[in-house]
Design a protein around this ligand. Sequence first.
Ligand code: MIG
Length: 839
Amino acid sequence: MKAKPEPPPTPAPPSEIDFADASVSLRYDDVFQWTRPNEVSDVRWRDGAYEFVCFNGVVLRVSVLAAGIFRLRYSPDGVFQPDFSYAVAPAFEPEKVVVRLEERDDEYLLDSGALQVVVSKADLSVKFYDSDDRTLCEDEAGFSAKRSILKGWCELRMEKKCHKKEVFFGLGDKACGTNLAGKKFENWCSDSYAFGRETDPLYRAVPFYYALNQGVAYGIFFDNSFRTHFDFDSEETGSTSFYAEGGELNYYFLHGPNLDDVARSYARLTGTHELPPRWALGYHQCRWSYHPDSHVREIAAAFRERQIPCDAIYLDIDYMDGYRCFTWDSKAFPDPKALVDDLREMGFQTVTMIDPGIKEDPNYAVYRDGLEQNRFLRTADGVVAKAPVWPGFCAFPDFTNPEVRTWWGELYENQYNDIGIAGFWNDMNEPAVFHVHHKTLPDNVMHEHDGLPCSHRKAHNIYGQQMNRASWEGFRTLQPEKRPFLLSRASFSGGQRFSAIWTGDNCSDWEHLQIANIQCQRLAISGFSFCGTDIGGFAGNAEGELFIRWLQLGVFHPLMRVHSIGKHSAGDGLPADEAELTDPALHVSDQEPWSFGEKWTDLAKKAIELRYCLLPCLYTAIWLHTLDGSPVLRHLAFADAQDPKLWDVERDFLFGEHILVSPVVQPKVQRQGVYLPKGNWYYFWTGQSGSGELFVNVMPDQIPFFVREGAVLPVYPIHQHTGIPVDELTLYVYYKNGLETSHLYEDAGEGYAHQEGVFSLKIFETEGKNGTFSLRQRKEGEYQPIYGKVKIYLVGFPTFVKKCAADGAEIPIKEIKLRERSLYTLTLNPDFEKVEWEG
Ligand code: MIG
C-alpha cells in the first residue's frame, strides 16, 4: 500500500469563475462557477458507504446495495442533503455484500466479486469492470457541478465514455426510435397534446436507461427529480452525459450482463405494480365524453348486443359538475349509483376521471375544505398558488405532504365506496395548466416534500407520481380487500407502484400507431409494464384499417383501451389555441368497435376476442413481472443482446415469457418480413415453425405473432367479460427438440387472498428427444380454477403421433390436419401430471 499523498502546500486554487453572460450584457444576468474534482486526499468508511474526498472538497460516496447494484453520490462541496427518494421502493432492502477495498498506485479498487469499481486518485473518475475484466462503463470528464448566484447548484453533471456502437434503451416513454444513441433528451413532465416522434419532453419523467456495450448490458438510474437531461453522444464526441438542474448527482449503476438482469435490478430498486384486478386487463372503452348517462347505457348495450367483449367504460371530465372533481353533473347523471350498478350487472366496471386542479369556488366543498385545512400549494410568498385549467382558476393539492395525501384519499369515499366506481383515471397531473409556453406551475411554488420543503423545480416531476400515490393509498384504505385500478398520465420512476400509464394525447394516424408500439415497449422496460395507448388515436379521425391494426396491437398491451376526442362540452375557460386544437368539429368520428362499418366491426370483434383468449398469458406475464420485475413487453434485443441485428429493431417485440409480436403498423400490408432471434419459433396462425429471417402472409384479421418452441401457451375460450367464469382451458404445446419451461398463473382475479397462498401456479416442462415429446405439469397454490377440463393442442410434432399417454394410461387421439403440420388434440382432467407422445 502506498502512503497517502501529502496535501498540497497551498490551499486549493479557487475554481474558475466564468462571467457567462458578460459578452451579452454589461449587466451580468448571473455568474457561474464550475467545480470539478481534483486529487483524492482521503478515503473513509462512513454510514455504510466508502467516501472518497478530494482536496478541493468534492466528495464521492459509493455504496454497494446488492450484488450488481452500486450507488454513487457526489457532493461538489462536501455537504450531502438528507437522503430521500420518491422513486426507490420502501420495500427495497439492501443486501449484505462483501466488498474489498484495495489501494493501488493510481486508484482505489472496490471489489464486490461480480462487479468492481475503480476510483482514480487523480480526478475521482470511476470505471466499472466485471469479473471477466471487461470494462462496462467508464467516466470521461466524470463529475462536475455548476453553481450560480441566482440558482445555486444548478447543473450536476456526469460524463461517461460512449463506446463505439454502444446502444441505449429505456428512458421512459420517448416517442423516437428504439435505440437512443445519437440523441438527447429532457425529463420534465409535460402536457404534450398531439405530440410527435421528436417531441420531448413528454408526460412522464423516467431518468433510467440501459446501455449495451458489445452485447453486455448495464443500467444507469439517475435518481433526481429536477429537470434532467440525457445526451447519448448526440455531438459524436464519444461521450454520454446526464445532468440535473439541481439536487444531487446521485445514480445507481445496475450490472447486467443481460438486459433482463438490469430490468430486474431496476424493478427491485423502484418496485412494480401489484397484480391488477382481472377486469382491468379486459378491453376498455373510453371517449371524451360519454355523456349523459343514457349515452353510456347505449354504449354498454351495444357491446352486449353485438357480443363484443368489454370490461370497462370510462367517464371523462364532463360527468362532473363544471369540472369540479368528486362531483356529478346532476342533469346528465341524476343517479350515478343506479348507472354504475346497472353497468356492473351487465359486466362493466365504471372508471371516472379526476384532475388535480380544484376549482376556485367558495361554494365547492373540496375547495373550501382544502383552503381551511391548508391542503393547497402556496408560492414562496405564502399565498395559495392558482392557475387556470378546465374549471377556470384552480388550487392544487400538495401531494408531497402526507396529510394532504390522506385527505385526498378520503375524497374518493363517495365514488369508490358508495357509488361503486371501480377505477380512476388521473389526468393533467404533470401538473398541466393552461399557459401556452410554461404549461405548468411556476418555479416559486413550494412543496412540503415529506419534510424536506422545496420548490416546484424539484417537485414538478414527482407531482403526478405523488398524486397517484395519494389516490392509490386512499383506495387501499377505503377498501383494503379490493385491488385498486388507477390510470395516470404523468409519473416518475417508481410511480409504477401506484398506477398504470397511458401515453397521452396521440393522433389517429399510422405514424402514431408506430409511436404507440415503441412507447409501450419503452415504458415497459422502464418499469411501467402496465401501460397502453389511446387505441385508434386521440386527436383526429381514424379509418377502419388503422383502427383494426391498432386494436390488434392493443391485444398485447397490458392496458387495452380505446379513447378519442369527440363530443364533449369543453370550450368554457379554454385558451384559444387549446380550444382550437380540441374543437369537436375536427374530431367527430366515433371510435367504438362498430363505428367503421360491418366489415371492420367483425375484425374489431375478432381482435378483442383474441385479447380475451390470451388473458391467461397476459395475467401470467404480469404475475411474473410482480414477482421478479421482468417487463411484460421487451425490445427484441432482450431476446439475444449478442445479436446486433436485433439492436435497432423497432416494430417487433417480446410479450411475456414466450411470445414474439410482429404488429402491422402500416396500411395495406400483405406480407411482412420478420427477423427472429435465436431458436425456432412457431407462427401462431399456421403452426409453421421457422427461424432467422422469414416472411409471413398477413391477413386482415390477424396480428402476426410467434411462439417460442417448447412453450406452452394457455388460452381461454372467448368470453364477454372477465366476470364470466371460463369453463375450459386450452394449452397449445409447441414441439421442441430439447427442454423448455412455461408458467400459468391464475387466481380469483380480485382481492389479496393470493398473497396467502390462494393462487394456482402451473409449471409446465416440455421435453422432446428421439421422436418423443412429453409435457409435465406441476402445481402450486390452493386456488382451484373452475374449469373441469383442459384441451391440449400439440403443435409441430415432427412425425405422425402413433401413441399418446396421459399419466401412464394410453388415450385415443383425434388428428386434425393444419397446413403441413399436424395438430393433435386431446382433452384431459386439469390435474394431469404428464402427457407423452410418441412418433
Ligand atoms: O386538456 O379530460 O389526455 O385523455 O380526454 C385535455 C379531457 C384534458 C386530456 C387527456 C385526455 C382527456 C382530456 N384531457
